[in-house]
Write a protein that binds this ligand. Structure first.
Ligand code: S3P
Length: 427
């Protein structure tokens, strides 16, 4: 789909965004292996989270959807059934990596794969710990999907993550639910902690000390009523839009503010962005609140080390902001960006160049000089949802109408993105 985007005069109004993608996946998976029913409100509308729901259905779980409300009839830790066909994770790295932790403990074999992009994403990071716990997993070339998982009675593990990845952490913790004894996961850098919060919420016995998580195996998980906060990573696109377009004033309601995700807001505020947070509340252990964003001149700066890991999903849209900032933006330690849905260092640079914006490609990041202007251009999502949305925001600041090929990729996390964008830009 070719999406045309004219420049915006302002970005204004009050919006509510779909449920958080990371939290939706986790609630759906844990609810499926809990005992009793769970009702999940504001479940993500993105295709990725529906790949998770369909995989759970294929494993014998009853999942009913009524708009964004999902009811899951949990089958208990040992209640999943062998699927009659391969499981399809679609474009979703979270689905394949996190669910594999549960599949590794099942008494039946499963095959799980996905689309072309997912089939190029590395799986050794989950195969290694799950094999150490006793599962037997084969993969294309030893490391790519599809995975063929032969489950086993898993042994608990004390595992230090070699890469900072919440997906891998979650995979090992899910497998640890099935081990007889305590599983420990040690993180090099603290990653998003939605799994820890959700497991506790469902009744698991879990202790967190710094970057170490200890989980007791074979807990009784109990179905719950849950509300998913709106996705801060989706809000990031509109936050940057409101900062960039002069005369903007945007309210975003009910956004997830979990401290392991909200580094984005600290980083932007540190650059001089005007973002006010009000109405903060805690639901199911997750913080949410309302944001008021007004256009601001931002200074620019550097994203590196732990900050890179905390902002990893927001880097494409922050790169756009960096080009318009006073001092520019340098992003380092971002090698993980090369193995996301696309090589996001390459796809960001390519689209920036098409808009006449200079950017230097670094092996592990990008260097973007500030005070640059965006020229209208024909852009490409390269099939990556965050690239489609980041460059829709760049297009709002261009000197004429731009167009994005493959814009439908946005629906992987945010099907209503272009409709919402039209509403707040008055197009
Ligand atoms: C996610 C973790 C991150 C992030 C992804 C969602 C999660 O991936 O990029 O969009 O929900 O745990 P990694 O675990 O590969 O860092």
């Amino acid at each position: 789909m070719l999406q045309r985007i004219p420049p915006a005069r302002s970005v204004s109004g009050s919006i509510t965004l779909p449920g958080d993608k990371s939290i939706s996946h986790r609630y759906a998976m844990i609810a499926s292996i809990a005992q009793g029913d769970s009702r999940i409100r504001n479940y993500s509308t993105g295709a990725d989270c529906h790949s998770t729901l369909n995989a759970m259905r294929a494993l014998g779980v009853s999942v009913e959807e009524d708009g964004t409300e999902v009811t899951i009839r949990g089958r208990g830790l040992d209640g999943l059934r062998a699927p009659t066909a391969d499981l399809d994770a679609g474009n979703s790295g979270s689905t394949i990596r996190m669910l594999s932790g549960i599949l590794a403990a099942q008494p039946f074999p499963t095959r799980i794969g996905g689309d072309e992009s997912l089939s190029r994403r590395p799986m050794a990071r989950i195969i290694e710990p799950l094999s150490r716990m006793g599962a037997s997993i084969s993969a294309r070339d030893g490391r790519f999907p599809p995975l063929e998982i032969h489950g086993a009675r898993l042994q608990p593990i004390d595992y230090t993550l070699p890469v900072p990845s919440a997906q891998v952490k979650t995979c090992v913790l899910y497998a640890g639910l099935y081990g007889e004894g305590e599983t420990t996961v040690r993180e090099p850098i603290r990653s998003r902690d939605h799994t820890e919060i959700a497991l506790r919420e469902f009744g698991a016995d879990l202790r967190v000390a710094g970057k170490t998580i200890a989980l007791a195996g074979r807990p009784t998980l109990t179905g719950r009523d849950l509300v998913v906060p709106s996705d801060l990573s989706s809000a990031a696109f509109f936050i940057v839009a409101a900062l960039l377009v002069a005369g903007s004033r945007l309210v975003i309601r009910g956004v997830g503010l979990n401290p392991t995700r909200s580094t984005l807001l600290d980083f932007l505020a540190g650059m001089g962005a005007s973002i006010r947070i009000t109405e903060v509340e805690s639901r199911n252990g997750e913080l949410a609140g309302e944001l008021l964003v007004t256009s601001s001149r931002v200074r620019g700066g550097a994203i590196e080390k732990d900050t890179t890991a905390a902002l990893i999903d927001e880097i494409p849209v922050l790169a756009v902001l960096g080009a318009a900032s006073e001092d520019g933006l340098t992003i380092r330690d971002a090698g993980e960006l090369r193995i996301k849905e696309t090589d996001r260092i390459a796809t960001v640079i390519e689209n920036l160049r098409r808009m006449g914006v200079q950017a230097e490609e670094l092996p592990d990041g990008l260097a973007i000089p500030g005070r640059q202007r965006f020229h209208a251009a024909r852009l490409d999502s390269f099939g990556d949802h965050r690239i489609a949305m980041a460059f829709a925001i760049a297009a709002l600041c261009a000197d004429g109408e731009s167009a994005i090929d493959g814009a439908e990729a946005a629906s992987v996390s945010f099907p209503e993105f272009f409709e919402t964008l039209r509403r707040i830009t008055g197009h």
